[in-house]
Design a protein around this ligand. Structure first.
Ligand code: G6P
Length: 608
């Protein structure tokens, strides 16, 4: 996690760094800092708290002068989020400053050795060893100094280095943490992701692990790990500035909820031609697909729940057994995975550490990996045998919305593609499903439009200490995501149960007035879920049901009903999740929570 930025050019750098940090804040917001090359010394400004506090402290950067600098926004790992633990860190002689995203695994050994040599530490961070190592390894040539330093580091790091002996130069190093270079005219940049660059340039160089770069205002030189110069292609950034801004909405989360019809359309449109689903990036023959005797889906967080929801479509349409396993569990198990396993890896950021580790473990056992990823050129996209991008555009709110629905969409496309190619999905069913899939963007828009009453419903529920979410099959998968959304942004305890399971678990916790949100969009199982609604109501629960428009049975049983347009059950999670997102959003808003930056979370989790 953590976000880093760097700038060198002819303009005052502090305001640009702060602007970049604001865009990277979704990666962590425990503290923020900048180091700027002044007249003859590096000036560091840092503070615990959000980037806005640093803006206030530095008059939006106007109080800090210089044209080359680095910045950082932190998600604390080693040491509490204090001013001293904030990056950038400065060497004892004040000549080097460093920002770092990642974890230096051997920092304790390095720290001890540096203390023995007389270096003094002022923070508890792993990062501080890097800046003292730079001073210790200093040989007068900055490139060699950086290489000698990096050679001693174990772990993951995207680094930005500033040295006062080279006032117009920055070094940027990448190892297992994201880092992108921005190519400007008379100025150059680096950042943890493209959202921090789009205001300044559309031209980017994506570094690979082990590579590092020297940036001056005039040029960028990329080196491989041995220090040899490399030619790297310059790619066009497709994301726009507007896409990374709130555009009139109070929160990125609400904007991103509203963007879902367009995002899902963008995920489908290039992949359906002449009535056929075409996955050009995963164009396997029936024979190749026939090699797979099972599908394992792995992911973390909401991406994992997208996998849970799509399992039903994959099994129903492909007739291949599907296991959905949390990446943090899979990586430490002894999974029965071989060359006959199709591994589907789902990740919005493409950088989640546990997901990457699980993917490597499974590939080492022979599995072939299909990645479903939003961020172009991310680590997971590069590691995969095939990648299907979700084309959701930048997702800034920590709680994912359009990331999740586009993942689902691509999974549905994949399920239909495999089923058809294997001859297991007949023409008639295929046509019916394709009709519904193509309507998904419109239906999602309808689901949003139908739910203008959710703020009022949120006012009924926002003071509840605890909420339960229930559903069966696909509805259960949505309930899992619904409970998660509620917890992560409103901090209300929320638990999800397969509807039939609550009575085997904690039904005793249902008391007079306990809200139970029942997802009832699986028509075949509706009567069963209604039985469970009756059970909880008998214990005093207040039931909010999510059902297809026109569904009458539910009205008699539930206290409140939220409707979504009817759709094929297999695809219903993409619609049923919309009211879940809106409910969580409005409950959190009612409770005055920091919706886009929930307590203790970060969007891109690059630590185990
Ligand atoms: C974090 C985010 C979640 C996300 C999960 C996986 O926990 O807060 O919203 O689902 O990481 O992230 P990924 O980028 O791999 O989808």
């Amino acid at each position: 996690m953590c976000g880093i930025v760097g700038f060198t050019g002819a303009r005052e750098t502090a305001p640009l760094l702060l602007e970049g940090l604001k865009r990277l804040e979704y990666r962590g917001y425990d503290s923020a800092g900048i180091a700027v090359m002044g007249e003859d010394a590096i000036r560091v400004e840092k503070i615990s708290g959000k980037v806005q506090k640093l803006c206030d402290k530095t008059e939006n950067g106007a109080a800090v002068h210089g044209r080359t600098g680095i910045g950082h926004t932190r998600w604390a790992t080693h040491g509490a989020p204090t001013d001293l633990n904030a990056h950038p860190h400065l060497s004892n002689d004040g000549r080097f400053a460093v920002v770092h995203n990642g974890i230096i695994e051997n920092f304790a050994v390095l720290r001890e050795a540096l203390i023995q040599k007389g270096y003094t530490f002022e923070s508890e961070t792993d990062t501080e060893v890097i800046v003292h190592l730079l001073e210790d390894c200093d040989c007068g040539d900055l490139k060699s100094t950086v290489m000698r330093t990096v050679a001693q580091l174990e772990g993951s790091y995207a680094l930005g280095v500033l040295c006062s002996d080279h006032p117009n130069t920055l070094f940027a190093v990448k190892e297992a943490s994201p880092l992108i270079l921005g190519v400007g005219i008379g100025e150059n940049y680096f950042a943890s992701d493209v959202t921090a660059l789009v205001s300044y340039t559309k031209n980017a160089i994506y570094l690979d692990d082990g590579e590092f770069a020297e940036l001056t205002p005039e040029e960028i030189t990329v080196y491989d790990s041995t220090g040899r110069k490399m030619e790297k292609p310059v790619s066009r950034i497709t994301w726009t500035v507007e896409a990374a801004e709130k555009g009139g909405y109070d929160h990125f989360m609400l904007k991103e909820i509203m963007e879902q019809p367009a995002a899902v359309r963008a995920a489908i449109a290039p992949r359906v031609r002449d009535g056929e689903i075409r996955l050009d990036e995963f164009d396997l023959s029936a024979e190749e697909l026939g090699q797979f005797n099972k599908i394992v889906i792995t992911a973390c967080g909401s991406a994992y729940y997208a996998g849970c929801a799509a399992k039903y479509a994959l099994e129903s349409l492909c007739r291949i057994p599907v296991e959905v396993v949390l990446a943090s569990e899979l990586r430490y198990g002894d999974p029965l995975i071989d060359e006959h396993t199709l591994l589907i890896v789902i990740s919005q950021s493409g950088e989640t550490a546990d997901t990457i580790a699980a993917m490597k473990e499974c590939r080492a056992r022979g599995a072939k990996a299909l990645a479903i990823v939003n961020v172009v050129e991310s680590t997971i996209a590069k590691l995969a045998d095939w990648t299907l991008y979700t084309w959701a555009g930048p997702e800034i709110a920590v709680a994912t919305t359009k990331g999740y629905t586009t993942q689902l969409t691509v999974l549905f496309l994949t399920a239909m593609f495999i089923g058809r190619r294997l001859g297991r999905l007949g023409d008639e069913r295929y046509a019916v499903l394709l009709y519904d899939l193509l309507r998904l963007p419109k239906l999602i828009q309808n689901a949003i439009d139908l739910n203008h009453g959710i703020p009022a419903i949120a006012r009924k529920y926002h003071k509840s200490p605890s909420l339960f979410f229930i559903g069966r099959n696909t509805d259960w998968a949505v309930a899992l995501e619904g409970a998660r959304k509620m917890k992560e942004i409103s901090y209300i305890h929320a638990e999800s149960y397969a509807a039939g399971e609550l009575k085997h678990g904690t039904i005793a916790l249902i008391e007079e007035g306990t809200p139970v949100i029942a997802v009832c969009c699986n028509e075949q199982l509706l009567d069963k879920t209604i039985s469970n609604i009756v059970e909880v109501k008998a214990r005093g629960a207040r039931v909010l049901a999510v059902a297809f428009r026109g569904e009458r049975k539910i009205v008699a049983e539930a206290n409140d009903v939220i409707y979504i347009p009817p759709v094929n059950t297999l695809f219903s999670p993409a619609l049923a999740v919309i009211p879940m997102q809106l409910l969580a959003y409005y409950v959190a808003k009612e409770n005055g929570c920091d919706i886009d930056k929930p307590k203790n979370l970060a969007k891109s989790v690059t630590v185990e």
